[in-house]
Write a protein that binds this ligand. Structure first.
Ligand code: DGL
Length: 270
């Protein structure tokens, strides 16, 4: 009954942690494509090819449903995968929609026409590829009107987190928030549109100030997934083992992951 969770690196562990807490009975298989991270500076074809290779490996591990716990892959590859690649008996879901539903005060799958919502000035922090895709603005426009979005491509933050250099990551977060505030001095809400960023949530909140509501994905995705599986229990795959797979160097990746989740995580070669 396994479910797959995919990210380019350790960022998706923020989602894994939340879904495991929400559904302790489900064995999750995590795949981190550390050998090819970061995805945020790659082009859309490259991201598509790497993502489908990872998802195929998760199917082999007995997962019929895979969550792309990676905004960059959700933004740059998911639509193309769903339209032309995912077989009928499998599902691949992204992490964008639950976040946008929360921001636009909608229940899961509410497809009513776009309407006005409380947030009027929204700051989006994401990787360069996610910002370039404009997928966030597109999904938002289906659901809300009159929302002004200012996007900040946060170059370097994912690399610093993957290297375990949190001092550099913090300095970069401050400088990206400063750059955003110069373009939009008073956002009402901020979206952390990369699953690596919840590891820096405190730093984002501090730099933005306490008046800004920060939306972070992990718990929103956990609620949506629990809801989805309650309606589609047939999508629980045949796998029974909890696994952590990486294309990177397992020892180094395990040490980094253990530091982030503050519990022992042991990755094996994918
Ligand atoms: N954590 C990923 C995301 O949510 C990927 C970051 C990257 O590899 O650049 O976008």
């Amino acid at each position: 009954m396994a479910v797959g969770i995919f990210d380019s690196g350790v960022g998706g562990l923020t989602v894994l942690d939340a879904v495991e807490k929400r559904m302790p009975e489900v064995p999750f298989v995590y795949f981190g494509d550390h050998a090819h991270a970061p995805y945020g500076v790659r082009d859309a074809d490259d991201i598509y090819n790497l993502t489908i290779a990872a998802v195929e490996r998760l199917w082999e591990a007995g997962c019929d449903l895979v969550i792309l716990a990676c905004n960059t892959a959700s933004a740059a590859a998911l639509r193309r995968m769903q339209e032309s690649w995912v077989p009928k008996d499998k599902r691949v879901l992204g992490v964008f929609v639950p976040l946008i539903e929360a921001l636009t005060e909608r229940q899961w799958g509410d497809n009513s026409p776009p309407r006005e919502v409380a947030a009027k000035h929204v700051a989006l922090f994401a990787t360069p590829a996610t910002v370039a895709s404009r997928a966030f603005q597109r999904e938002l426009a289906f659901r809300a009107i009159g929302v002004d979005v200012e996007a900040q491509a946060c170059g370097g933050v994912v690399d610093a987190i993957e290297e375990g250099d949190l001092i550099l990551a913090e300095a970069l977060v401050r400088s990206h928030v400063d750059a955003l505030l110069r373009k939009m001095p008073k956002p009402d809400a901020a979206i952390l549109g990369c699953t690596h960023y919840p590891l820096m949530e405190e730093q984002f909140q501090q730099a933005l100030g306490s008046d800004v509501k920060v939306f972070s994905q992990a718990s929103l995705v956990a609620e949506s997934l629990a809801d989805y599986l309650a309606r589609r229990p047939d999508m629980l795959g045949q796998g029974t083992d909890r696994l952590f797979l990486t294309t990177g160097e397992p020892k180094r990746v395990s040490d980094n992951a253990t530091q982030f989740l503050r519990r022992k995580i042991t990755f094996q070669a994918a």
